[in-house]
Write a protein that binds this ligand. Structure first.
Ligand SMILES: [Zn+2]
Ligand SMILES: [Zn+2]
Length: 297
């Protein structure tokens, strides 16, 4: 799994920081979280072709999170896109998507499936991973997301060698959690395999501190969290329903995550590293996101 930060500013972009967008790559899946203005160009600069995107998760319909959608859709439409593009978002997403299509001479040459998420919980699941959403508290309907890889059974190579089980279908069955018979003996999957826990990443953009933030991030490997302001501008954070670096760190702390990555910085901070330093007073393992930063999970 890899995260690629494509935009780490908040309401207006700066020379160094674009509007919000993060790409999560997992196998053949390329999931885009938000699509601020200029996201398709950021993708190009990062060497990712826009038509590789399989799903778009929209946190909310403020411009800094969605203004890049029309351009991205136009580019995908001009490619030979043979997949069905899935777009997920909060209440109102279908209406907003229809408005986008009406605002331009837009030729939809590929299939788009738009789904509004009405309830907290898992809304997508396959055999490798699931994605869940929780409603956060912002000035408009806003969702936080969590991507969780499923646990996988791995082979204990030494144990398999000791029993003399050859590579092939027998090991495959054991890996599926089934018992097999080898040289007249019953071998249980626990003898030669172990369960490896899946990794998980939570994304919290645009909210005030609420219990859903902690629930969504619980024990995650990585929490990507907005930290628009520093502690001394807490009154502004409350007024515009955003988090401070301190509150992002408090969420990470209470949720017991392994790593916090803060993003969505107010353009007033020329060097948001100051925000990361503030966060580290409350949660040590804090990183400051930068445009084009990649994190392997
Ligand atoms: Zn925002
Ligand atoms: Zn917002």
């Amino acid at each position: 799994m890899e995260l690629l930060f494509l935009g780490t500013s908040s309401m207006v972009p700066t020379k160094e920081r674009n509007h919000s967008a993060i790409l999560l790559t997992y196998g053949a899946e390329n999931i885009l979280l938000d699509c601020g203005e200029g996201t398709q160009r950021q993708l190009k600069m990062a060497g990712v072709a826009s038509p590789k995107i399989t799903k778009i998760l929209i946190s909310h319909w403020h411009g800094d999170h969605v203004l890049g959608l029309p351009g991205l859709l136009q580019t995908i439409s001009a490619s030979e896109y043979s997949k069905i593009l899935e777009i997920y978002g909060p209440r109102g997403t279908k209406k907003h998507f229809e408005y986008i299509k009406k605002a331009f001479f837009f030729e939809e040459k590929f299939e788009v499936k738009v789904r509004e998420i009405e309830e907290d919980g898992i809304f997508f699941e396959n055999e490798d991973f699931c994605i869940e959403a929780k409603l956060l508290e912002h000035t408009v309907p806003c969702l936080g997301y969590r991507f969780s890889e499923k646990a996988k059974r791995k082979i204990k190579v030494d144990a398999a060698k000791k029993l003399g089980i050859p590579q092939g279908p027998l090991l495959g069955k054991l890996q599926e959690g089934k018992s097999v018979t080898w040289k007249g003996k019953k071998i249980m999957p626990e003898q030669v395999t172990y369960e490896k826990e899946g990794k998980s990443v939570a994304f919290i953009l645009d909210t005030v501190m609420c219990e859903s933030c902690v629930g969504l991030a619980k024990d995650a490997d990585i929490l990507v969290c907005e930290a628009t302001y520093s502690e001394e501008l807490e009154h502004k954070a409350e007024e515009y329903k955003h988090l401070t670096a301190k509150s992002a760190a408090m969420i990470a702390n209470r949720a017991n995550v392994k790593q916090l990555v803060i993003t969505h910085f107010s353009p007033r901070y020329k060097n948001p590293e100051k925000l990361a330093e503030e966060a580290r007073n409350y949660f040590d393992k804090t990183l400051c996101a930068k445009d084009f930063m990649r994190i392997r999970v």
